[in-house]
Design a binder for this molecule. Structure first.
Ligand code: FES
Ligand code: FES
Length: 183
C-alpha cells in the first residue's frame, strides 16, 4: 500500500512590483508603470492605445508586431518593455509627417499591397527599417530581408513592388543629393 506523504505547504512567491519606465513613442515621451513581464507590444497596444501595431503569433514568427526601436526594426512581441526603457520607438502611427504619408505608406496604396491589412503595419515598419539598413538592392534581397514578415493573404508580389518603388526613388535621389554636397 502506497505510503501517504505529507502535503508540502504551497510555496509563495512575492509578486514583483511594477516598474516605472519612459518610452518615447512617435516623438512623445510616456511614463509607464508596468509589470516587468509586459512586452513592448502589449505596452504599445494596451497601455498607450496604439493599436496599429498588430499581434499575430506573439512568438516572433510573423512580423505583424514590427516597430522601429532607436531606428532598428524589431519584433515588439519578443522585447520586454522594461528592456527598452529610455528608447525611441516608432510605430505605424508615427511614420507619416502630419498629413503627408510616408513614401512606403503611399507606395503600399499605389501598388495595392494588402488585402486584409493585418500584416501591413508590420510590413511597412519592417520595410522602413530595411531601407535604413541599406543592404537590399535587388528584388531577391528585398524578399530575403523581408522574409520575417508573413502575409497570410499572399500579397507578396505587390508588397515587393511597393518597396522596390521606394528603393528605386531613394537610389535615384541619392546621387543627386551627393552631387549637391559637392563643392
Ligand atoms: S506577433 Fe510578433 S512576430 Fe508575430
Ligand atoms: S494583407 Fe492580409 S495578412 Fe497581409
Amino acid at each position: 500500500m502506497a505510503r501517504k506523504t505529507a502535503a508540502r505547504p504551497a510555496e509563495t512567491f512575492p509578486t514583483p512590483a511594477k516598474l516605472a519606465i519612459t518610452l518615447t513613442v512617435n516623438g512623445v515621451a510616456h511614463k509607464l508603470d508596468i509589470a516587468p513581464w509586459t512586452t513592448l507590444l502589449d505596452a504599445l497596444r494596451d497601455h498607450l492605445d496604439l493599436t496599429g501595431t498588430k499581434k499575430g503569433c506573439d512568438h516572433g514568427q510573423c512580423g505583424a508586431c514590427t516597430v522601429l526601436v532607436d531606428g532598428r526594426r524589431i519584433n515588439s512581441c519578443l522585447a520586454l518593455a522594461v528592456m527598452k526603457d529610455g528608447a525611441e520607438v516608432t510605430t505605424i502611427e508615427g511614420l507619416a509627417s502630419g498629413p503627408n504619408l510616408h513614401a512606403l505608406q503611399q507606395a503600399f496604396i499605389d501598388h495595392d499591397a494588402f488585402q486584409c491589412g493585418y500584416c501591413t503595419p508590420g510590413q511597412i515598419c519592417s520595410a522602413a527599417g530595411l531601407l535604413a539598413e541599406g543592404h537590399a538592392k535587388t528584388p531577391d534581397e528585398i524578399r530575403e530581408l523581408m522574409s520575417g514578415n508573413i502575409c497570410r493573404c499572399g500579397a507578396y508580389p505587390n508588397i515587393l513592388a511597393a518597396i522596390q518603388t521606394v528603393l528605386d526613388t531613394e537610389s535615384r535621389s541619392a546621387p543627386e543629393r551627393d552631387g549637391e554636397a559637392q563643392p
